[in-house]
Design a binder for this molecule. Structure first.
Ligand code: SF4
Ligand code: SF4
Length: 201
């Protein structure tokens, strides 16, 4: 049995290792004008104080809108789209939602700190599920990313089925690990995508 599980399936890998098609950006500036995180502002500040680098950089760069309405006034479709998608989460709590904007963005929607922009900008859209405006130039790219991930997950599930034919302690010759260990590795690869529905793919 030839089992290949070298396809990367972590959230990060798909954006970082791709040849990123920056030319797809229409420079509407919407993604720089309304940004949110899964944390409340207080939680984010706390994480930054504890030395979490991504939180620290985020707090340092982005400025907080006074209210959701203020963010909506700047980019209505983007803010409504984000809220609509966030509401699907059963733990959604609107009182925790804070929107931010980037003070660097120019009137022409260019980034004057492009060479040194933070990682969160460098990687955006991070994967096929990152919430970007409905008319973002990356919409088609994100669709292809989602399809690519789904295809990989489906292959991994096929490998899992094949592994069911073996005892847990059977050593897979070409990998020198047991079927049980390999199943564990494959399940770990699938797990990060469960929040996007991987169980149903
Ligand atoms: S929302 Fe999309 S098209 Fe608009 S600036 Fe951001 S990446 Fe570019
Ligand atoms: S640093 Fe540049 S790319 Fe990042 S949000 Fe600001 S203007 Fe946009």
């Amino acid at each position: 049995m030839d089992i290949h599980i070298s396809n990367t399936t972590s959230h990060e890998d798909y954006a970082i290792y791709d040849n990123f098609p920056q030319h797809l950006c229409k420079m509407c500036g919407k993604c720089c004008k309304a940004i949110t995180t899964p944390y409340s502002h207080e939680e984010l500040v706390e994480l930054a104080k504890k030395g979490q680098e991504e939180a620290r950089v985020f707090i340092e760069i982005f400025k907080k809108y006074d209210s959701i309405e203020a963010a909506r006034a700047a980019v209505p479709d983007h803010v409504d789209n984000i809220l609509q998608i966030m509401k699907r989460n059963k733990d959604f709590d609107i009182s925790k939602v804070t929107f931010y904007y980037c003070p660097h963005l120019t009137k022409q929607n260019t980034c004057p700190v492009y060479a040194t922009r933070p990682d969160c900008c460098r990687r955006a859209p991070r994967n096929g599920w990152t919430i970007f405006p409905p008319d973002c130039g990356f919409a088609g790219w994100q669709f292809m990313q989602r399809e690519r991930v789904k295809e990989t997950i489906r292959k991994l599930k096929e490998y899992l089925l094949e592994l069911e034919l073996f005892d847990e302690d059977y050593v897979i010759p070409e990998r020198n690990i047991t079927a049980g260990e390999l199943k564990k590795i494959i399940n770990e690869r699938i797990k990060p995508w469960e929040e996007f529905g991987a169980k149903l793919w």
